[in-house]
Design a protein around this ligand. Structure first.
Ligand SMILES: *Cc1c(COP(=O)(O)O)cnc(C)c1O
Length: 401
């Protein structure tokens, strides 16, 4: 096969991180569970330990699992290829990854600028002040004005959790100037969006979601340039929020089907968004495919498979709907093969400042739906029946009052 032409994403997703398997004489990804490695030569072992403690790669031996693991490293190499990054660094969760990014940024300056809405946990971490970083919340268009001499990072999420608001990444990068931009691209995956190609410096994924895709892995991963990768890996070595090799195996195993899963789920979401937009119980649908955003088809290859909608009956209707669905699982998280439905104000975004929730549309009637791989007409039948029951419940309690 000629390697002179660039391979497509689908092909790379199947083969990335598997380059050394034939040399190893195996076909499937090996899993190395060693917590430690024999070090008969003290000089060699010491050199490898020191290189890794500084954020570098092992020289020969991995030394110890908190420093390096070959199964995790293979997944990182694969993910870096799919994001078009120099390197990737994997963590035990998305929040562990975000924490490491923030700690790395703090070495450069104690101030960050962040655009809301963000995932509730990310918002909570920034707002808590736990890491000793000062945060300025800014809207797109106000980033440049918010940047100070000690600003080390601009933080955005697109599509944003839970309102599906899109942020124009090229515009944010232009506003940020020399300050690196971090993009939480969890909702988009590298199938739909490549923030590094648009000038962002760091991409964050909660790999728990689409990358894992089957609801059985908690993980985070950062895709970035060699400089930030080294800084972030150093934090991981020091603080120890490592990804377990079995989880890395599952994540890597899922990459070849990522594109197929994302595109099939997206087709279901397009179908459901249209049905919801035309249903009398629904007052609004938040879905990048419905807003006519110029970023869909450009920044994002497609609108994705997460949508949110608001019910006429507000919180009461939302809580009935959550009880009445039978095919969709009422649960937080997203990006799984099965559909997950949840109420952001009560659950994922509960800890967000009430004023920020109100300003960013995280309302009592808002429901977030992560569309899975079930037949879309089956999903609609489930949702429609639950909507009818939700409307009836609200009507009868209004009648009783
Ligand atoms: C879930 C999520 C996170 C946090 O990831 P965990 O793996 O749960 O720690 C961060 N960002 C977004 C957009 C998420 O959906």
């Amino acid at each position: 096969m000629s390697q002179t032409r660039a391979l497509s994403f689908a092909t790379r997703a199947v083969h990335a991180g598997r380059e050394e398997l034939s040399d190893l004489g195996v076909h499937a990804l090996p899993i190395d569970l060693s917590s430690t490695y024999p070090l008969p030569d003290l000089d060699e072992g010491g050199r490898s330990l020191e290189a890794q403690a500084m954020g570098g790669q092992p020289i020969g031996s991995s030394v110890y699992q908190r420093l390096h693991n070959p199964t995790v490293a293979r997944f990182e190499g694969a993910l870096a290829q799919l994001e078009g990054a120099d390197e990737a660094v994997a963590f035990a969760s998305g929040m562990a990854a975000f924490t490491a990014i923030l700690l790395a940024a703090k070495q450069k300056g104690g101030h960050v600028v962040a655009v809301r809405p963000l995932y509730g946990g990310s918002d909570h971490l920034l707002a808590s002040g736990l890491l000793g970083l000062e945060v300025t919340w800014a809207e797109p268009g106000q980033i440049q004005a918010a940047i100070r001499k000690d600003t080390s990072l601009v933080i955005v999420e697109t599509p944003a959790n839970p309102t599906l608001k899109l942020v124009d990444l090229a515009a944010i990068v232009a506003e940020a100037g020399s300050v690196p931009v971090m993009v939480d691209s969890t909702f988009a995956t590298p199938v739909l969006q490549k923030p590094l190609d648009l000038g962002a410096s760091i991409v964050l994924h909660s790999a728990t979601k689409f990358l894992g895709g089957h609801g059985d892995v908690l993980a985070g991963v950062v895709a970035t340039n060699a400089f930030w990768a080294s800084e972030i890996r150093k934090i991981r070595v020091i603080t120890g929020a490592n990804l377990h090799p079995l989880s890395a195996y599952l994540l890597h195993r899922g990459l070849p089907t990522l594109k197929v899963r994302v595109e099939a789920a997206q087709a279901g979401a397009i179908f459901l968004a249209d049905k919801l937009a035309n249903h009398p119980a629904v007052t609004s649908v938040h879905y990048p495919g419905l807003t006519g955003s110029k970023l869909v088809g450009t920044q994002m290859k497609g609108p994705g498979s997460i949508l949110a909608f608001e019910l006429k009956g507000g919180f009461e209707a939302a809580s009935v709907l959550m009880k009445e669905v039978t095919l969709m699982t009422p649960a937080v998280s997203l990006g799984s093969v099965d559909s997950l439905i949840q109420h952001p104000a009560a659950l994922t975004h509960r800890v967000v400042d009430p004023k920020a929730k109100a300003e960013h549309g995280i309302d009592e009637g808002l429901i977030r739906l992560s569309v899975g791989l079930e037949e879309p007409s089956d999903l609609w039948a489930d949702l429609e029946a639950a909507l009818v029951k939700a409307m009836a419940a609200v009507a009868s309690s209004a009648g009783a009052r």
